[in-house]
Design a protein around this ligand. Structure first.
Ligand SMILES: NC(=O)c1ccc[n+]([C@@H]2O[C@H](COP(=O)([O-])OP(=O)(O)OC[C@H]3O[C@@H](n4cnc5c(N)ncnc54)[C@H](O)[C@@H]3O)[C@@H](O)[C@H]2O)c1
Length: 433
């Protein structure tokens, strides 16, 4: 099938590469000319495990190419996927201006049947809006589909090639059958392709992210109670998660969720409901809890140093919003660093993949270490902000020798408190005695 992917970011690049991998002829279209130039040369502008090999092979074999031209992209695609940003507007609701602008560019150039598919996370009613926009500019036959994406950065390729489910919000059989054929190679192990109306498809994505955010914030609130009562949140978690109705995923306490999806999608869900006169109290609270959770370590750090961080150097391990990505959008580490700097601390950070992105944002406000141990040189404390695997089993003797004072603030509860204390460290976790 000839496919055009509009927007070659985290979602578009993975989707395009995976569709090419299953034999389709894919053109990636983006308005960022520098990005398209790099992609055309075989350079991937993001870090996503497993993407490199697939991308290079499909580029080399001619199933994947890139353009900045809507003429080329529109002519090429029988199916055109919109993988465009939907950032929060001023009131928190999703801003769909990029999606609308792309759809107008496409509609203006259409001269035959095409299926335009929204993979962006868009509020309920966007499907109808896209139908209306195309009708204003093109009088022929076309289909719109809503196909929310559930991939997770860090495991995006695997998630796309083996999805739990594929959701197709469509109103006609032609679009459904075409998209079903496109997705069939990815669901051979029996994952369902769920056909539904567009409103349900659009809401399913927000409901999933709202629920997952709630699980995290719920556990973070329990962690706060653990700290007041002397309970250990990891034992509480294990006690809960053996109940099959609860399950074990997404119940780890920490310094909160970040990224380009959960924060903006929870806010957008709350705002959409508010416009319809409904108060989404649970999801709203999940986001409120998360805002404060991102700074949950700050009072502990201040208290440890007697209320002042002036002259102190804090080493920070991990800057990306989660491991296995270079994405720093709404990363908890950055919110905490901001406050540490405001309290006159010096920050020396290390992240295996996200430092270039942070340098663009923070410049020389912080120092960047060449590796995890380098960050510790003369540090008064270590803050673990993102649980990359390489931070899990450090050489604690070496860590202790490098640091000015052996203090660890474990923002993801990945270390054993008693082991660190035995090794002579002061240890602070989240919801741990
Ligand atoms: N990142 C994720 O993990 C993830 C997962 C599921 C769903 N989503 C949703 O998918 C959508 C895309 O997210 P992303 O993280 O890939 O975004 P992104 O910011 O990484 O990529 C978006 C791309 O679109 C391009 N673009 C912007 N305006 C354009 C236009 N008018 N024409 C062509 N290209 C244009 C940008 O240059 C950029 O390359 C969002 O709605 C997001 O909520 C993201």
């Amino acid at each position: 099938m000839r496919i055009t992917i509009v927007g070659t970011g985290y979602v578009g690049l993975v989707a395009g590469t995976c569709f090419a991998e299953s034999g389709n002829d894919v053109v990636g279209l983006d308005i960022d000319a520098a990005k398209i130039a790099r992609l055309s040369k075989g350079e991937i502008p993001i870090f996503e495990p497993g993407l490199g090999d697939l991308f290079s092979r499909n580029l080399r074999d001619g199933r994947l190419s890139f353009t900045t031209s809507y003429d080329v992209g529109t002519r090429h695609g029988q199916v055109i996927f919109l993988c465009l940003p939907t950032p929060p507007g001023e009131d928190g609701s999703a801003d769909i201006r990029y999606v609308l602008s792309a759809v107008r560019e496409i509609a203006r150039r259409m001269d035959g049947y095409k299926i335009i598919v929204s993979k962006s996370t868009v509020p309920i009613g966007t499907f109808q809006r896209l139908v209306a926009e195309v009708k204003q500019l093109y009088s022929g036959d076309f289909s719109i589909a809503s196909n929310p994406e559930f991939l997770k950065e860090g495991t995006a390729v695997e998630d796309f090639l083996k999805p739990d489910r594929v959701i197709l919000g469509v109103t006609d059989d032609r679009a459904f059958e075409t998209l079903r054929a496109l997705y069939e190679p990815f669901v051979r192990t029996g994952a369902p392709i769920l056909r539904m109306d567009s409103a349900s498809a659009e809401l399913a994505k927000y409901a999933a992210n709202g629920f997952l955010s709630t699980k995290i914030s719920f556990m973070n609130e329990i962690a706060r109670l653990c700290e007041k009562t002397g309970a250990d949140v990891d034992l509480v978690r294990m006690g809960m998660s053996k109940d099959a109705r609860i399950g074990s995923a997404f119940l780890f306490a920490g310094i909160g969720y970040g990224g380009s999806c959960f924060p903006k999608d929870t806010r957008a869900l709350v705002q959409s409901a508010r416009k319809l006169g409904l108060d989404m109290k649970i999801v709203d609270a999940a986001e409120d809890v998360n805002q404060t959770q991102k700074l949950i370590l700050l009072p502990k750090i201040l208290a440890h140093f007697g209320g002042s961080l002036a002259g102190k150097t804090i080493a920070v391990w991990g800057l990306a919003f989660k491991p296995r990505t270079d994405d720093i959008r709404e990363a908890p580490a950055l919110i905490l660093i901001d406050k540490l700097l405001a309290a006159h601390a010096k920050v020396c950070a290390f992240d295996p993949e996200a430092m270039d992105n942070v340098k663009k944002l923070l410049g020389d406000k912080i120092e960047y270490a060449a590796n995890a141990y380098d960050a510790l040189s003369q540090a008064d404390a270590l803050v673990l902000a993102t649980e990359w695997n390489e931070f899990r089993m450090p050489d604690w003797d070496r860590v202790k020798k490098l640091m000015r004072t052996p203090v660890v603030f474990d923002g993801r509860n990945i270390y054993r408190p008693h082991r660190l204390r035995e090794a002579g460290f002061a240890y602070y976790g989240i919801g741990k005695p």
